[in-house]
Structures are given as structure tokens and as C-alpha cells.
Design a protein around this ligand. Structure first.
Ligand code: EPU
Length: 429
């Protein structure tokens, strides 16, 4: 087990390159099983959520080759629809994409209900509603979902909640259904367009991905293809926030700036100077950071996945900022840890009230989930003295080489192995 040690106060300068999007990758890997021949995916982030999905693909019989850490070749021709009630599927939320993909391919699936970061209740009723509308019988038994259909038939499905996962899962099940499926009130995140692009390259007929109505005309067969994953807008946003917190001038490379408009608008409002070109964002913090109010919303609104990192940044703003998370009401576990570092933050319901500027001080803190971890790293970069972050495994689910990338920008940050005593103490706390 490892911990991250940050000695705060160093200025960040230079270029950081962003990897392929985690939340695309974790859907593209299950999606690939719908093909009958080899799918090659480039730009794969080298993170533990991806490694877990690769292991699940191998468990169900896929041929996997990794010519490089960022490229995978998946041969789905040998896959069998074995049930996956337990084990690896419980490690991450995105394993639920095997429900849609297996249902689409084999007309049946048995998958354990997913794990993932605890952010408050994360129901999957809209996924189930979609599968049922396509003709699947769905049974929940001892924490696993059993899905089965004689035939999948296209249907009109209105999502009661705009959901990334449900939109993608229904697309996966519908691409090989008979006839047309229409998903209304679909989510519009760039990752949905990325998955639709892969499926289209595999021979699927999908129109409207990226809008709130997606039309899918079922086809009988899908074939292999080559696909390159879009850049990770949340990883890019995390480094943009770190740069706003502690940068002199940081260039964030391999981004689609349009995917980050809501964040960039808020950073500008806070007094950060931002330049952008086709594939880069250049961040230069202003003289002082101004407070801003933020409400997370579905895309293209401010992403919930950047709520935690920006809350850490706003501890530095001169005045009161109000941050409301409308997507995950309980995504505030980072706040207790930030308070240990001397932040003045109050949580009321789904809103954090941040009084700044606080002079953060290094402390021992725990990353309770992926983006909480990113928030604590950013806080550590700003804090006086030494911050030790445990729960590094959460960070590594979604950020490739975060400590190395920040060290390259000039941060004093490293990962070290924890001693046996430290691990014992950590488990007691
Ligand atoms: N919801 C329902 N019913 C459903 C599905 C969702 O009520 O059937 C609710 C959720 O409880 C939540 C809202 O709808 O309040 C949005 O959830 P959504 O389904 O869009 O989230 P998700 O697909 O489970 C993905 C990302 C999350 C990201 C959210 C929102 C993946 C693997 N995960 O989750 O990413 O926060 O969309 O943008 O794509 C992260 O990367 O740290 C992360 C948690």
C-alpha cells in the first residue's frame, strides 16, 4: 500500500499531457464485445479501472493483446456469456456496461450490482427500465441482476433522470435489437459520443449521440475496427484547477477545450487567465483568486467530477464561494479532510459554503474516493508544510501517473510505500 507525500508551496510550470478519457474507456472496453472480430482501441489510460475491465474481458474468454500500455486489441470471437455475479465486477461501477453489452450480444447477462466510488445513492433503475423496454426480463437475486430476452426489440425509452450510464447501457443493448430504439432525455456527455463513434465504426446505426434524442436502428452484426479515445476532460480539468491553485504558467496538452467550457468560464470568473488553442489550454493564475458560485449539472453544465477539486481551489479565494452538487447530493467526503488542513467549509445539504482565503496547512488526510483524492492533492500543493494522503488506490483508479505528472511540473510530490504499522493504524482509524 502506498501514500502520497506533498510538500506544498512550490509553483507549477511546464506542460502536462492528458490521457484518454477514463469514463469513455470504461464503456468502450465492454462495448467491444459486441463485435465479431478484433477491436483495437488506442489512447487507453493506464489506470486500475481499465486493468480491472481487461481482467473481466479475459475472464469471459476475450483474447487480449496490449502492444503498448495505451493500446489494446480485443478479440471477442471466443467470448462466452458466463455469469459475473461477484468478484471483479464489484470493484467498479462501469462493470455494469457488461449488462448492456452481453444482453445485446447474447440476449442474456448475469452481472453483480456494481461498486464504485461512494457518492450517495447511485440507483440503476433507468438502465433496467431501458432493458425491459427492449424486451428483457430482469431479475434481481442476491445482489446480482439477471437479464434475459428471447428477442430484443427496438423501443421508445424516455429517461426520467438524465443518466450517462443508462444512456450508454441502453445504446449497447439496442444496437443489435430488431428495429428502431429512440432514447429520449438522453445524456449528452462527450463520452457518449465517443461510445457511439466506436459502435458506428463497428457497423451500428446511431444518430443523435450528443443530443437529447438518440435514434438507433438495430443491425444483425457488428465488426472490429480501430478507435482512438477522446482526451479525458476531467483529468484535464483537474490539472487546470491545480494550475489555477499553484501555477505560474501551465500548458495542458491533448485536450478538447470545448469539453471544458463550463470549468474555463468559472476559472476566468475567478480571475484566472486562460488561453486556448485547438488542443491545449494555458493557465496563468491572476494576482488574486475571486470567489465564485458553482452548481454542478449534466453536460454541458459544470461537471460533478470537478466539484471536489474546485472546492479545494476555492479555499484560496478571497471571499465566500457556494458550491452545490445537484448530481450527487452526498459527494462531500473531501470536506472533512480539507477541514483538517485548516479550510473553512460548511456543508448544508448538497451545498458547500467555502470561506476564504484560508491558509491551508499540511496534514494527514484520507482520499475516500477518486475525485476526493484529486481535491486533496490540490490542497496539498497549496498547503504550508507536508500533506500525507492515504487511500491512493482511489486516485489510481482514474489518474495515470498523477504524482509523476505533477512532479514534472515542479511539485514536490512523491508516492511512498506505507509501513506495516502505518497500514495497521490506518485500518484502525
Ligand atoms: N441515476 C438514477 N437512476 C439511474 C441512473 C442514474 O437516479 O438509473 C441518477 C444518479 O443517482 C445521479 C444521476 O442520475 O444522481 C446521474 O448519474 P449517471 O448515471 O449519469 O452517472 P454514472 O453513469 O453512474 C458517470 C461517471 C461518473 C460521473 C457521472 C455524472 C462513469 C463510469 N462514471 O456515472 O464519474 O460522476 O457519470 O457525470 O462514467 C468519476 O469519474 O469520478 C465518476 C464518478
Amino acid at each position: 500500500m502506498e501514500k502520497i507525500i506533498v510538500e506544498g508551496g512550490r509553483k507549477l510550470k511546464g506542460t502536462v499531457r492528458v490521457n484518454g478519457a477514463k469514463n469513455s474507456a470504461v464503456a468502450l472496453l465492454p462495448a467491444s464485445i459486441l463485435a465479431d472480430s478484433t477491436v483495437t482501441i488506442e489512447g487507453l489510460p493506464n489506470i486500475s479501472d481499465v486493468h480491472t475491465l481487461e481482467a473481466i474481458l479475459q475472464d469471459i474468454g476475450a483474447g487480449i493483446e496490449k502492444p503498448s500500455p495505451h493500446t489494446i486489441k480485443i478479440d471477442p470471437s471466443t467470448i462466452v456469456p458466463i455469469p459475473l455475479p461477484n468478484g471483479k465486477v464489484k470493484k467498479l461501477r462501469a462493470s455494469y456496461y457488461f449488462m448492456g453489452a452481453m444482453l445485446g450480444k447474447f440476449k442474456k447477462a448475469a452481472i453483480g450490482l456494481p461498486g464504485g466510488c461512494f457518492l450517495g445513492p447511485r440507483p440503476i433503475d433507468q438502465h433496467i427500465k431501458g432493458f425491459q423496454a427492449l424486451g428483457a426480463k430482469v431479475r434481481n437475486e442476491k445482489g446480482s441482476l439477471y437479464l434475459e430476452a428471447d428477442e430484443l426489440k427496438g423501443s421508445r425509452i424516455y429517461l426520467d433522470v438524465v443518466s450517462v450510464g443508462a444512456t450508454i447501457n441502453i445504446m449497447l443493448a439496442a444496437v443489435k435489437a430488431k428495429g428502431q430504439t429512440i432514447i429520449e432525455n438522453a445524456a449528452k456527455e462527450p463520452e457518449i459520443i465517443d461510445v457511439a463513434t466506436l459502435l458506428t465504426n463497428m457497423g451500428a446505426k446511431i444518430k443523435g449521440a450528443g443530443t437529447d434524442i438518440i435514434r438507433i436502428d438495430g443491425v444483425d452484426q457488428l465488426h472490429g475496427c480501430l478507435h482512438t479515445i477522446i482526451p479525458d476532460r476531467i483529468e484535464a480539468g483537474t490539472y487546470a484547477i491545480a494550475a489555477a491553485a499553484q501555477g505560474e504558467e501551465v500548458i495542458i496538452d491533448n485536450v478538447i477545450p470545448e469539453h471544458l467550457e463550463s470549468l474555463l468560464a468559472k476559472l476566468r470568473e475567478a480571475g484566472v487567465e486562460i488561453e486556448q488553442n485547438d488542443e491545449q489550454i494555458i493557465i496563468r493564475p491572476g494576482e488574486k483568486l475571486l470567489p465564485v458560485n458553482i452548481k454542478t449539472l449534466v453536460y454541458p453544465g459544470f461537471p460533478t467530477d470537478l466539484q471536489q477539486p474546485i472546492t479545494a481551489l476555492l479555499t484560496k479565494a478571497e471571499g465566500t464561494s457556494i458550491v452545490t452538487d445537484t448530481i450527487y447530493q452526498a459527494r462531500f467526503k473531501h470536506v472533512d479532510e480539507l477541514r483538517r488542513m485548516n479550510a473553512d467549509i460548511k456543508v448544508e445539504g448538497n451545498t458547500a459554503i467555502i470561506n476564504g482565503p484560508a491558509e491551508l496547512e499540511g496534514a494527514q488526510v484520507r482520499a475516500t474516493d477518486l475525485r476526493a483524492g484529486a481535491a486533496l492533492v490540490i490542497a496539498g500543493l497549496m498547503a504550508k508544510g507536508k500533506t500525507e494522503i492515504i487511500g491512493v488506490e482511489h486516485i489510481e483508479r482514474g489518474y495515470e501517473n498523477m504524482t509523476e505528472k505533477l512532479a514534472q511540473l515542479g511539485a514536490n510530490i512523491r508516492k511512498v510505500k506505507m509501513t506495516k504499522t502505518e497500514i495497521e493504524q490506518m485500518n484502525v482509524k
